[in-house]
Each structure stands twice: as C-alpha cells, then as structure tokens.
Design a protein around this ligand. Structure first.
Ligand code: PAF
Length: 283
C-alpha cells in the first residue's frame, strides 16, 4: 500500500487518477483505526475507484494539550488494518504538522450558522474551527468527489455539510451509521485508552440513550433529561458532561416536541479522564 507523507506526492497521484476519470473518495481520520473507520472505508471503496484515507492527528482541533499528546498514534497498525480491506485501491495520506500548516499551526475562523456553538462547541473551545480548517485543507489537497464521515460525530457531520455548502466545495458528504461494539459502546479511537473497569461500564451510555428514546415517546424532553441526569448522578464511575435533546437539523436544544420534526439525543460522558460521546435518533 502506498503511504504519502507530503502533499506534493499525493496531489500528483490524484491528478494522474483524475486525468483518467477515476472517482476519488476521502475518509479523513486521526488514525488509531477501528472497525468503525473500516466500515467508512468499505463504503467509500464501494462508491469510488480510489479512496484516500488521511491519518493525521490535527493539533488545531484539540482544546486540551494533554489529550493531544495522549492521542494514540499507531500508523503501522493502521496501515496493516487498511490492507485487510484493500491492498490496491487505498491511498494513505499521513502528513506531518508542517506539511499541513507550514509553520503556522492555527485555525481559520468559520461561521457555521450557529451549529458550532451547540454541544461540543460549548465544551471544546475552538474545536470546530480546527475541524473545519483541516477538512477544508484535505478537500483542497485531495479534491475528492465524495467524503465519508461517521454519525458518531453527528455535529461534526452537520458542520462539514455546512462547510461544503457555504464554501461551495464540490464534494458530496456521505454520513455513515454509528458502528458499535457488541455491547453497544460506540466505536471510538479513545476506547483503547479506557482502563478495564471503565471499559466494563461504558456500555451504560448507549443503554441510557436507548431508554431515553423509549421515554421520549411519552414524556417531555425536560423529563427525559432529568431522568438521564439522575442515572448518571447515581453512577460511581461515569460522569455526565451533557445530555441534550435537540432538533436534528439546527442542533438547538428543544423546549417542546413538534410534529414532523426530527429529534436526536446527544451525550458526552467522562470515563475517568476519557471523554466519550454518543447520540441517537429519537424519531
Ligand atoms: O473525526 C475525526 O476523526 C476528525 O475530527 C477529522 C474529521 C479526521 C478531522 O481531523
């Protein structure tokens, strides 16, 4: 499998592929790949001739230096995993910080019509400017036809859709369902850092979302939120950061349910010092 470390290398390969009318998909990742990423890559391979998997731990989207330092970096293992999917049609782009930021490691400032101020935006200052900056840069470098993102980061997916709309970037954004462990825990690169006792209790997050969904059928959003807060207040190991029921389009927390609107519940939980997020469609 070809691994490209510099943008000049990947752009010349992409130019050659495009001159032969090949379709290109991109799956942006920060590495530490798991089955959830592989599902995105498989979907991208089904839709495109070639798929670029970027592996880059993007410093500008971290608001916490320790989290950035501790983020798992496992390039050899990632490449081996990707080779189990395809040895011929995946191009790995794993640039250095300098290759991407050229000595100026700062985010561009974006206006995502308010989507950036909800949930993760409230708790991770500057996060979505960092995500917007890196994803826009990858789109500029790779010029893919299609981009694949997981629904686990549902707010990120909404923001990337907004990014391509506002900047008229000709990339089709495809959202893919959350991939879960057999016990329901949403797959995440952060799961590898969970100590065993936290790994054992982490499926409680998804279990709570399922019950919240059932309750939302008959109860108000406020009542469901109160119920979830109580469940975590009683929990010895997991600490709730937020649970929000929001309009699935605007991502704004709802005051009351309206017919014909799609709603989604979003949750962020600390398991020790590991922050886990998840979400579920409510109707
Ligand atoms: O979802 C992620 O892993 C990252 O936010 C992304 C989209 C690769 C940008 O760094």
């Amino acid at each position: 499998m070809e691994i490209y470390l510099e943008k000049q290398q990947i752009t010349s390969v992409i130019d050659a592929l495009k001159s032969k009318n090949r379709t290109i998909g991109i799956v942006p990742t920060m590495g530490a790949l798991h089955e959830g990423h592989l599902q995105l890559v498989k979907k991208a391979l089904a839709d495109n001739d070639k798929v670029v998997v970027s592996i880059f731990v993007n410093p500008t989207q971290f608001d916490n230096d320790e989290d950035l330092v501790k983020y798992p970096r496992t390039l050899d293992r990632d490449v081996a995993l990707l080779e189990t999917v395809s040895k011929t049609d995946i191009l790995v782009y794993s640039p250095s910080v300098d290759d991407i930021y050229g000595g100026n490691t700062v985010s561009q400032e974006f206006d995502f019509d308010g989507l950036e101020f909800e949930m993760e935006g409230k708790f991770r200052h500057g996060h979505f400017d960092g995500v917007g900056t890196i994803v826009k840069r990858f789109f500029d470098i790779v010029k893919p036809h299609n981009g694949y993102f997981g629904e686990k980061d549902f707010q990120q997916l909404a923001i990337i859709k907004k990014l391509v709309e506002k900047y008229e970037i000709p990339v089709k954004i495809i959202g893919c369902k959350i991939h879960r462990e057999a016990n329901g825990l949403a797959m995440s690169s952060r799961n590898t850092r969970l100590k065993p006792e936290y790994k054992a209790v982490a499926p409680f997050i998804y279990k709570t979302l399922i019950t919240a969904k059932e309750k939302f059928g008959t109860k108000s959003a406020t009542k469901v939120m109160e119920w979830v807060e109580k469940q975590f207040a009683k929990h010895d190991l997991l600490e709730l950061e937020y649970f929000i029921i929001a309009d699935a389009k605007t991502l704004k927390p709802i005051k009351r349910k309206l017919n014909k609107k799609a709603y989604r519940a979003f949750i962020a939980v600390y398991a020790d010092d590991i922050r886990l997020i998840d979400n579920i469609a409510l109707n």
